[in-house]
Design a protein around this ligand. Structure first.
Ligand code: DI6
Ligand code: FE
Length: 410
């Protein structure tokens, strides 16, 4: 008993003399605390608030003086295709030289070229190639990353991708959430038969992946050049049968009413949403489906239609922000730059940007009970910044003011 209480006291750590942006679930805006402290025991936050209200029992641990720096929740990238092989810089060159998307595809480009590269890579190679991208995120204070499959497109290669994704979480101090994105594109061996491929995904690949516990959620790409709403609904039904939550690439290039489809299936999030209409926003609000905004893809493909941010605000849809890191449409590994783009291109406020990479990103992953805010009971995932005001995190481009990053108290 005595030994236990000694070790528990030893595990107690206190970050004091800080300014906090707690994003507490009941607060509005940043949930700001001027003279704040965060106490952590056994990897969990036990107190986050004004230093004057710190219970004296929590003031005994090892103390770190933050010298007035800001503490936010550790950042969360809630939409990435981080595990992929090779890159598509050659396609970028072709597009800059004036080639159309069709010409690039005819020259062997597009998602299918990434499928070819991923199938040729071993699981070890995938881990090695993905770590520098993960490290770039981590250097900016990211403590949780969602990683999708979707470049394997058969059982073995989808499993390989998801195993590689899980291994990233063993290699680095970061929480990894995996998402099975079998309905991403049609592999060459499907010979153009989308219905047959969707049957394979829904009846064989998804249940096998769920049975091995390799996926935390299921995603799909609902688009003319990908899969129809009916085909996605088939995959979502299989996800439900396997007990997995769903999310959707919706309304990115056209309005197939993907937002409503996602809402109808109780999706955690619908992502992209450039072409979503008011009925879609209203359906998402009713279902509590988070809108995940991906300005990196909008910027990189030179899209001109903006997601309907005002409709999301009017209907009370929560908004998350993510990099969408992928080799084709968003080779972006910076959540700080993502926030700058969301503010500059879409007019998100500073508070919306910061909530979008913390509390709302956690909500989009179904992880709000575990992380995303500075509140007692949550994982001690913190980012400590050398800034005077939170707007600096959104305002700068290509500058990283991270002072320290704490993951599960370490
Ligand atoms: N939407 C996208 O923008 C990417 N995937 C998706 O579902 C494209 C991925 C790629 O081109 O490799
Ligand atoms: Fe994506």
């Amino acid at each position: 008993m005595a030994a236990e209480s000694t070790s528990r006291a030893g595990d107690l750590r206190l970050w004091r003399n800080a300014r906090l942006a707690t994003f507490a679930e009941r607060s509005t805006g940043l949930g700001m605390v001027e003279h704040g402290a965060v106490a952590v025991r056994d990897g969990r936050i036990v107190f986050a608030g004004a230093e004057s209200e710190l219970p004296s029992a929590l003031a005994r641990g090892e103390t770190i003086d933050c010298e007035g720096r800001w503490i936010t929740p550790g950042l969360i990238d809630c939409h990435t295709h981080l595990v992929h092989a090779g890159n598509r810089a050659n396609e970028f060159e072709m597009r800059l030289a004036g080639a159309s998307y069709e010409e690039v595809a005819r020259a062997g480009g597009g998602i299918v070229s990434s499928v070819k590269s991923l199938r040729a890579a071993s699981e070890d190679e995938l881990v090695v190639q993905s770590l520098p991208r993960l490290d770039a995120l981590i250097r900016e204070g990211v403590t949780t990353v969602e990683v999708k499959s979707g470049y394997g497109l058969d059982l073995e290669n989808e499993k390989k991708s998801l195993r590689a994704a899980r291994r990233l979480g063993d290699e680095r101090p970061v929480t990894i959430r995996t998402t099975f994105l079998g309905a991403h594109a049609l592999p060459p061996e499907a010979k153009g038969d989308k219905d047959a491929f969707i049957n394979l995904v829904a009846r064989e690949i998804l249940p096998a992946i769920a049975a091995e516990g390799l996926a935390d959620a299921v995603d799909g790409f609902c688009e003319g050049l990908a899969f129809s709403p009916a085909q996605i609904a088939h995959v979502f039904d299989a996800a439900k049968a396997a007990g997995l939550p769903v999310k959707l690439h919706a309304d990115q290039l056209s309005n197939l009413h993907g937002a409503e489809l996602a809402a109808r299936h109780g999706a955690l999030s619908a992502d992209h949403l450039e072409y979503t209409d008011e009925a879609g926003a209203a359906a998402m609000a009713r279902a509590g489906t988070v809108a995940t905004i991906l300005p990196g893809a909008y910027y990189f493909i030179r899209e001109t239609r903006k997601p309907p941010i005002d409709l999301f605000r009017q209907h009370g849809v929560k908004m998350a922000l993510a990099t969408d890191n992928n080799p084709g449409t968003s080779p972006l590994t910076s959540l700080l730059l993502t926030m700058n783009m969301a503010a500059t291109l879409f007019g998100l406020t500073i508070d919306e940007c910061l909530a979008g990479v913390t509390r709302e990103a956690a909500r989009a992953l179904g992880m709000l009970a575990q992380t995303g805010t500075l509140e007692a009971g949550k994982s001690a995932d913190l980012a400590i910044w050398d800034i005077e005001r939170p707007a600096e995190l959104v305002y700068r481009m290509g500058f990283n003011p991270l002072h320290a990053r704490i993951w599960r108290g370490q």
